[in-house]
Design a protein around this ligand. Sequence first.
Ligand code: ZN
Length: 369
Amino acid sequence: MTITDSPRFAWRGVMLDVSRTFMPLNLVKRYIDLFSQYKLNVVHLHLTDDQGWRIEIKRYPLLTEIGSKFDPEFNRMGGYYSQDEIRDLVKYAQKRNVMLVPEIELPGHACAALASYPSLSCNGVRPVIHTFLEGKSIHEEIFCAGKETTYEFIFGVIDELCELFPSPYIHIGGDEAPKARWQKCPDCQKMIKDNNLKNEEELQSLFVRRIGDYLRTKNKTLVGWDEIIDGGKLAGNEVLMFWRGWKLSEVEKEVKAGFRVVCTPTTHCYFDYPYKSISTKTIFDYDPVIPGTSDKNYLGVQANFWSHIDRSEHNIDKQLFPRILGLAETGWCKPENKDWEKFKSSAIMNIGSLIRQNVNVFNDSTLNR
Ligand SMILES: [Zn+2]
């Protein structure tokens, strides 16, 4: 028998937020095993955020000595991956045809990094590393975009990331970066003036562009959350990770302007949301390609699992499965080859197999006969 088949999208991914809640190495490996059974081929690791820095960087040891731990009053476990563990994880994923894409959040969501190296912020004040629910969800604390030392630091981190991860893509975050600190910072304001920029949004574009230029010298492509486009003036070869489901028309504009996108909108791809808002059928029905735009600009589709809430492995399983099956179908099949009834009977069989592998699968009513 010969099977002729090929995927609709090259990027069929899942983002695991290992910052808000640290995931032990074996748990990440378990998910790589499970995802790869369904030919999902990208695991995007959200390695840093306000709540923790989770990867060893030899040149900046305080990132893990300080930045991987919550402040003591929050009484919650932190953790990080050593570089040896990352190398092991990369090999483990490669054997299963999974590409690991690292993400370092810049310039916002940076409390853990700035708690480790406060001089990289605009005001030099050390922020607290708190659990998500016990602090602000979006902080004013961000990296200073006006000091050269910030860029030196970022390039130093990128050097080590590029040695560890063979992925041609490096994700630099870019979402939810409030500009209050930059507005008051003499260094940031000088950078705006010296470069004839209109405002702080354009400063973020300059910041992203400088990082993108550096990544290009390493043959890497910059990936960023879709806010990176808000200040305009990017190089055009960045990959946008579209997450703001309410900004579809803006994404349409960017795709038409030639940007490549990975689609992860809040409307279909947020697997930390409850099933009543995003069911297996919701992600199955999703077609990332906006009518009137070219297929070629869509690298693919990805589910995001944010770990704001401290969930046990048992609960993470439930958030991911069976929705992962719908994601795999949307990533692989052209719309004309999708058939809900056929998918449903195969999903029911696969749920049996997942349960035998000790996966705690949620009882999604859209899959009931
Ligand atoms: Zn500044």
